[in-house]
Design a protein around this ligand. Structure first.
Ligand code: 15L
Length: 273
C-alpha cells in the first residue's frame, strides 16, 4: 500500500532529543519531507527526505524561517525535565510562542509534546478525562500547561489547530511500577504523530500519550477523531515491576510521581480529594 505523504513539509523541533530522533526516523523512513531542528546536532544518519538546521527556539526569526511552507509542526523542543524556573521559561515559554506565531503565519497545525506533569498533582486513584483541570507538579509541568493554554488561545483567536499530547513516560520499555500506567512505546508515539499530522480536522484537542496499559490513570480523549489506537502495552511487565516503587508517599500518591516529590516542602499532606 502506498504510504500517505503530507502535502507540505513537516517541521520537527527538538529533533535531536530521544523522542524527536525516533519520530524523525519513523516519518523519514516513510519518505515524508522533514525539516529537523534542534540546538544540538542530529547524531544519526539523516533520512534522505530530511534537512537539519541547528537553531534555538528562542530565536523567533529562525523559527519563522524554518516553518516557511510547512503544514505541521511537531513541537518536541525545549527542556524536557524539571529545571529551575529561569531555565525553563526561555526554551519552553518563549520558544512555544515562536512556534505558535510561525504556525499562525503558515496556517500550519501544531502537535505539541505536552506532558503528564501538566496534571501531575492529580492523585493516582483519580481517573482523568482530557478536560480535567491543570494541576502542574513542577516548573516544567507549569510550562506544559501554559503552552497547552497558548494552543487554546491560538485556536480561538487565529484558528491554529493543535493536538496537545500529554506524554506519560516514553522510553524503550517501562522501568518502574508507575510506568505500568504511564508508559508510551516509541512505536505508539510515532503512529500518534503520524495521525496528528494526517487527520483531516483536529481543532484543539488533548490526547493522553500512553500505550494500551491496563493500569492507566487516564480515560477519555480525542483519539477517535485522530484515528489513533495504541498497539503496545506495559501489561507484560507487571510481574517484574509491580513492586518497584519509590517508598516515598508523595511520589506514590500523585500521577506525576518523582516530579511531585521534587523539592516538596509541605509539612502536612493535603487531605485526599
Ligand atoms: C516527562 O515529561 C519527562 O520528559 C520524562 O523524562 C519522564 O520524566 C516522564 O515525563 C515521566 O513522567 O515519566
Amino acid at each position: 500500500m502506498q504510504a500517505t505523504i503530507p502535502p507540505r513539509p513537516v517541521l520537527v523541533t527538538g529533533a535531536s532529543g530521544a523522542l524527536g530522533r525516533r519520530v524523525a526516523g519513523y516519518l523519514g523512513a516513510r519518505g515524508w519531507p522533514l525539516r529537523l531542528t534542534d540546538i544540538a546536532p542530529f547524531s544519526e544518519p539523516l533520512p534522505s527526505s530530511a534537512a537539519f538546521e541547528l537553531a534555538d527556539l528562542q530565536d523567533g526569526v529562525a523559527m519563522l524561517r524554518l516553518a516557511e511552507g510547512c503544514g505541521t509542526i511537531l513541537h518536541f523542543g525545549g527542556v524536557s525535565t524539571e529545571h529551575p524556573f529561569e531555565d525553563v521559561i526561555g526554551p519552553n515559554i518563549r520558544g512555544a510562542y515562536h512556534i505558535y506565531e510561525a504556525a499562525r503565519r503558515e496556517r500550519a497545525r501544531v502537535m505539541f509534546a505536552s506532558s503528564n506533569h501538566a496534571i501531575g498533582f492529580h492523585e493516582r486513584t483519580e481517573p482523568l478525562d482530557h478536560d480535567c483541570s491543570f494541576l502542574p507538579d513542577s516548573y516544567y509541568g507549569l510550562s506544559k500547561a501554559y503552552t497547552e493554554l497558548m494552543g487554546r488561545m491560538y485556536w480561538f483567536k487565529h484558528g491554529v489547530e493543535s493536538v496537545a499530547v500529554r506524554i506519560g513516560s516514553s522510553f524503550p520499555e517501562p522501568t518502574e511500577a508507575r510506568m505500568l500506567a504511564t508508559w508510551l512505546s516509541y512505536d505508539d508515539l510515532c503512529s500518534l504523530c503520524e495521525r496528528a499530522t494526517l487527520a483531516e480536522v483536529v481543532g484543539n484537542c488533548v490526547i493522553w500519550g500512553a500505550s494500551d496499559n491496563a493500569a492507566t490513570f487516564w480515560r477519555r480523549d480525542a483519539r477517535a477523531d485522530l484515528g489513533w489506537l495504541p498497539q503496545d502495552s506495559a501489561d507484560p511487565f507487571a510481574g517484574q515491576l509491580a513492586a518497584k516503587t519509590s517508598g516515598n508517599p508523595v511520589v506514590e500518591r500523585y500521577q506525576g510521581g518523582s516530579y511531585a516529590g521534587m523539592g516538596y516542602t509541605r509539612s502536612a499532606p493535603l487531605p485526599a480529594r
